[in-house]
Design a binder for this molecule. Sequence first.
Ligand SMILES: [Cu+2]
Length: 97
Amino acid sequence: MRNTVIVAAMAALFSLPLQAAEPAPLSQGEVRKIDVGAQKITLRHGPIASIGMPPMTMVFEVEKPELLEGVSAGEKVNFQVQQQGSRYIVTELQVVK
Ligand SMILES: [Cu+2]
């Protein structure tokens, strides 16, 4: 809450649009494994600036199973991830054609 107020004050001060209104840029990855039942996806991903994560291969949760539709292992994807405590949740997933 306090941070929100500070960010809002700074945005007003510099007449910039609020960062919160804009989603973080998508991160790049390659699909290693998909588990639709468990709503999980294993990605070899590049750096994720929004959560300060270096490149690695790891398992993510997906916000909803529909995100995994039409996605296969081996495909390159752009994705958005949100950190909730120790959970990393993919909220957007696009196959790179
Ligand atoms: Cu990671």
